[in-house]
Structure formats: C-alpha cells, structure tokens
Ligand binder design. Sequence first.
Ligand SMILES: C[S@@+](CC[C@H](N)C(=O)[O-])C[C@H]1O[C@@H](n2cnc3c(N)ncnc32)[C@H](O)[C@@H]1O
Length: 208
Amino acid sequence: MSIRSFFMAKYYDSSIKKMEEQCLGDWRRELLSPISGDILEIGSGTGVNLFHYPKSIGSLTLTEPEPHMRKLLQNNVNNQPEGKIRVEAFSAEALKFPDQSFDAVVSTLVLCSVNSPEKTLEEIKRVLKPQGKLFVLEHVLATEKTPLIKWQKLLQPFWKCMCGNCHLTRNTEKSILEAGFSFDSIDRVYSSGGPAVISTMIKGVALL
Ligand SMILES: C[S@@+](CC[C@H](N)C(=O)[O-])C[C@H]1O[C@@H](n2cnc3c(N)ncnc32)[C@H](O)[C@@H]1O
C-alpha cells in the first residue's frame, strides 16, 4: 500500500467529477443499460458504475485489487439496497473464478491500467460463458496524426507513475480484436472536462 495509491483512491471521484458530469456519466449509463445476467466488473475503483446498472441484472461481482480503492468500493456497496453484489480483491490478470462463470464482463477505464492487457483479455475470455459479452469504455491512443499522439507518448512515463499505472498509448480496440473478440458495436467518443491526453475513448460491446 503506497502513499500514492492512498491519494489516488481518496481523490479519484473528485478528479473525474467534471468528466462524469459532462460525458462519462451518460456514456456509462448508455453502455450498461442493456446489460443482463451475471456480471463481472474488473477494476471497479470506488464503484462509479454501481449507479448505472439496471435493477434487472442477475448478480454483480466487482473486483478491485487496490486496498484503498476497495475500501471505498465496499462502503458504496454497503449503501446499496440490493443484496446481490459482492466484492473481490482479484487482479484482472488472475480472476479466481471458474471457467464460464459470467454472462458479461465490464471494463471501464481499466485496460489502460492493468499490467498486461493480453493476460487480462485471456482471463475475461475464460470466465465468460459462450456468447458472453465484454462491455468497454476506455481511453486509448489517439488515431489521428495530431499533436495529441506526441503528447500522449511524451507524458506517458510521468502519467503512468502518478496515475496508478495508467497508460496513455494503448490501442485497446486492437488488443480486444487480437484476443479473439469481435465488436458488436463500437463508438469512438471524445470526452470533455478532463485532460486532452485521455480524451480519445472507445465505448462498445465485444462478443466472443
Ligand atoms: C482509472 S481507475 C477506473 C475505476 C473504475 N473502473 C471507473 O470506471 O471509474 C482504474 C482502476 O483499475 C484498477 N486496476 C489497476 N490495475 C489493475 C489490475 N491489474 N487488475 C484489476 N484492476 C486494476 C485500479 O486499482 C483502479 O481502481
């Protein structure tokens, strides 16, 4: 438990508040409104998505390996009326669930931060049932040949160090396709209210 991760957890919600209000909140709701069945969310952080799941879901399993974040997450879960939510400490590269446990996996702003997107996507495939779905909202490498790409590359070492291993230059759409998923829907969206280097995002649903 480092002092940096303590502060990251403490100030996470306030650091993304403006983005949540201007766009992220709507995108989370749009993404998650059709979700159903037994759901696994990786890297849940403080539990921002909790408020966007439909009441009709079967069960919700939230995983968060970072202890300070997990404490805030557990507090938010305890304030929920439903008894069908559980919290686990597993990292996304080692999801200690049996094969084919879930109908859907949710990853929002997490594939940028995991140590290995490849291992994470392998694990997601393993725990998804046949015809399972992966719901993603992730900031990614800018595609256009704009100065933004240069800034993402330049700032990456500092950003990664200060923001909990968050990478600015991941091509997450490509990683998902290379892992063997195909996209049922994907939108490239541009966030406002936050730093430009994390403004290029993908929002979509990938199928096994
Ligand atoms: C930017 S926060 C996103 C939190 C939340 N998903 C959201 O949408 O607001 C990234 C989260 O990923 C978690 N994380 C980092 N490395 C991880 C890993 N290897 N496996 C699972 N979660 C991880 C962090 O602890 C943090 O809670």
